[in-house]
Design a protein around this ligand. Sequence first.
Ligand SMILES: *Cc1c(COP(=O)(O)O)cnc(C)c1O
Length: 360
Amino acid sequence: MTTPASPSLETVRVGNADFPRRRLISGTPPLDRLGNLSGRDGRAPIYVKRDDLTGLGLGGNKVRKLEFYTGHALAQGCDTMIITGAVQSNYVRVTAAAACAAGLDCHIQLEDRVAGMDAGYRTGGNVLLDRMFGATLHHLPADASEADADAGLDAIADDLRAEGRRPYVIHLGATFEPRGALGYVLGAREILDQIAQAGITVTQVVTASGSGLTHSGLLTGLRLAGSNLPVTGVCVRRDAVQQRARVTEVCANLGKLIGRPDLVGPEDVIVTDRFLAPGYGKNSPQSWGAFLAAARQEGLLLDPVYTSKSFAGALAMADDKGAMAGGAVLYLHTGGLPALFAYEAAIDAALAAADPQSNQ
Ligand SMILES: *Cc1c(COP(=O)(O)O)cnc(C)c1O
């Protein structure tokens, strides 16, 4: 049930609580069956939920989160969004775009998380888009912790308040209110409706798991809708032990936020770090293989930070007959495609390794 407060700001009920939302997605990203990678050599069918096509500012999973952060900022009368992320963060890029759509200013703090990258990484891809959206960029030194990053955001907010501005801070740490995950609580309902409409049997869901908001939102939304579908989170930044603890914590905070602390148990939180190596923003031959298979056998683009790894996880799941039990994989494509143009050197090297004979 929705109650419009203004043409663009509405109130939506999630679980037992109401939240302001600023709509940023028009329409429903499709659920597509992969025509060539599905069913091959006994592999289960793979359906892709195309959240790379959420639209705003080149899209991705962050648009669903920003509907709730932007709604909250507007409802409180804030005038500036503040966010932190890796240099090639999709989150900060979509925040900058959402701020433009909602008529807010945006300050971005960029963290140097990936070693040994070139000028294209520093100024191209998402950074180019951040600048196009008119965001003010700040920089945080390499190897700053998550707490340092959040402290940096609070310092920027203090400076803005001293100038009479009303900042809205989107913190990074897992202890903060996971409001953005509400986007995927509702997204889970949308996915279940699409599965029902398509008349297919899905037995496994696979997604990237970074901050854990997408993973936690999806899992919570499925349970809220009465579905017991397992969700496997593919680690992109932390090992399985750390990530399981993080997602469990985010699910607990999300359960409190929506007044349904009963939905997700510890046994529901499934993560794998089989595809994490060599680390954040870097790929193994296996994740590059998944990245190229999607491009060359489906014409489907993945990104080199998140979905190369999560799609490798989806392929491995589809090949696991025991886990699939005769059903299909639902793979959540979380987007990230602008980073392709900032990882050109790394992608070049992956292409050279894949096609050693060709002249690159
Ligand atoms: C941020 C991001 C993720 C991870 O989502 P979380 O909600 O932070 O776990 C996955 N894929 C892409 C492309 C992203 O930009």
